[in-house]
Design a protein around this ligand. Structure first.
Ligand code: SAM
Ligand code: SF4
Length: 332
């Protein structure tokens, strides 16, 4: 079948699937304290998510990332991981990955590795237990550390993702970098994006990575490297640690021109861009017939509307988020 090519000639080969909007944490930059989650009856079943993923694979998607909310809190999630992992094993997919907060990894690491997952991203914004508790509103850092140990023991490669937050982890970044590289993990910094109402002022949290990078280069030798994971991160090698450091900079350096991805929510809504409201409903065509014709037509129609890029803006005049939905709905 024909590949999915958007109006700007970009091939869509990467699907991110948010398998639940729920989470066991409430990171302050991601969620409001009192979130209203979707009623369970609105969710696609895991079998339906598998069918949707297979439809995308049949149209040239080669990489799938499961995210959320917290993907590992979705009941029976290993069913979907195993089904997609089998597609990695038989060559239909190049890679199946996961973005997780790490709280459930001690329980799942071994099974993930067995199912065919090789790399995972673990989000962690601080190494200080009290600060971790406050940024996640109630999380326990020890639980995440035990998860990381289990994941490494199971042979999973880990990338630590930290959101750079002004006055929160700014001073801790060198320590985090050395800790991650010391354990053989990649380390990536992310700029906060204006997604969803979080009951706090984002301009107080926003820390431009251009500033962080300038400060890091006073202390370390950062060598540009061509390493790419198919994502928007730009990597450097830190000469002193020998490890990789990534920067995801949607605000200071727009990365849309090479975008190869679309995002599916747990209700079957397809977002063609993380930073735009436009979306396509795939649940209705999925459920309308057992064959995939209607579904594939709806996917084609949606890819035909993929926009060139986002227009994030964080400033004091513009207090509204760029889009109303939270990152936990489309999964970052
Ligand atoms: N719960 C999982 C986790 O935390 O890794 C997966 C979902 S979470 C929404 C995915 C990533 O988005 C995390 O690395 C998180 O730090 C990041 N994130 C959440 N809200 C964000 C925002 N407003 N701006 C930038 N990154 C954000
Ligand atoms: Fe949950 Fe991940 Fe959002 Fe934190 S960033 S509240 S862990 S979904």
């Amino acid at each position: 079948m024909a590949p999915l090519i958007d109006p700007f000639g970009r091939a869509v080969t990467y699907l991110r699937v948010s398998v639940t909007d729920r989470c066991d944490l409430r990171c302050t930059y991601c969620m409001a304290e009192n979130m209203t989650f979707l009623p369970k009856r609105d969710l696609l079943t895991l079998e339906e998510l598998e069918r949707l993923c297979s439809a995308f694979i049949s149209r040239g998607v080669r990489k799938i990332r499961l995210t959320g909310g917290e993907p590992l809190v979705r009941k029976n999630i290993m069913y979907l991981v195993r089904a997609l992992g089998d597609k990695v094993k038989n060559g239909e997919l190049d890679e199946l990955t996961l973005t997780t907060n790490g709280t459930q990894l001690a329980r799942f690491a071994e099974e993930l590795a067995e199912a065919g997952v090789r790399r995972i991203n673990v989000s962690l914004d601080t190494l200080d237990p009290e600060k971790f508790h406050s940024i996640t509103r109630w999380g326990n850092l020890e639980q995440v550390m035990a998860g990381l140990d289990a994941a490494q023991k199971a042979g999973l490669q880990i990338k630590i993702n930290a959101v750079a937050l002004k006055g929160f982890n700014e001073a801790e970044i060198p320590q985090m970098l050395e800790w991650a590289h010391g354990r053989g993990m990649d380390f990536t910094l992310i700029e906060t994006m204006p997604l969803g109402d979080i009951s706090e002022d984002r301009t107080d949290q926003y820390l431009p990575l251009s500033q962080v990078r300038a400060r890091l280069s006073e202390r370390y030798t950062l060598n540009d490297i061509p390493y790419k994971t198919g994502g928007p991160a730009r990597y450097v090698e830190v000469q002193e640690t020998g490890g990789r450091l990534g920067f995801i900079t949607p605000l200071t350096h727009n990365f849309c021109e090479s975008c190869n991805r679309v995002r599916l929510t747990c209700t079957g809504t397809l977002f063609m861009c993380l930073g735009q409201e436009d979306a396509a409903d795939l649940r209705a065509p999925l459920r309308a017939s057992e064959g995939n014709e209607l579904l594939l037509n709806a996917i084609d129609e949606a890819i035909g509307r993929k926009p060139l890029g986002h227009d994030f803006d964080i400033n004091r005049q513009n207090k509204k988020p760029a889009v109303e939905r939270h990152m936990s709905m489309t999964g970052g």
